[in-house]
Design a protein around this ligand. Sequence first.
Ligand code: PNS
Length: 160
Amino acid sequence: MKIAVYPGSFDPCTNGHLDIITRAARVFDKLIVAVLVNSHKTPAFTIEERMEFLRRVTRNISNIEIDSFTGLLADYTMQKNADVIIKGLRAVSDFEYEFQMALTNTKLNPSVETLFMTTSTANMYLSSSVVREVATYNGDLSGMVPDEIRDDIYKKIRRG
Ligand code: PNS
């Protein structure tokens, strides 16, 4: 059984994340979406909100687990017996940082491979921070986030 971990902040999850999740779940027996509980950053959404959004938008995918982790991703992949870390690449500018992370994670857990999936062209510009910025000023989020979570994103971060 091949297990993949797709890690991230998912603050909040976007259509770009959902695209990678859907495609990765087709390739692996089990996909664990692992939400980072980050003690250095204050996220816009709580860990419970971020995980609930992910559960809601992936309810039709059977081989998926939504989980959270703290500390090093390499340690988490060891605990979970994961074979692969999935990362989405949007642009060349993502590459340098992701390359460094992949090498670090392999150094710390030599039994895990990092596989990069290219984002769909429709989602190339998307990021959680773009979504938060648009929502703050009541901009149109359609096409950026799954419909089921759009209103909850506005409710939490829209100004005024
Ligand atoms: O969605 P993000 O914020 O780009 O995700 C980044 C994430 C969670 C994948 C990355 O920050 C991470 O793996 N953090 C855990 C700490 C760690 O293992 N860092 C790499 C070695 S220094």
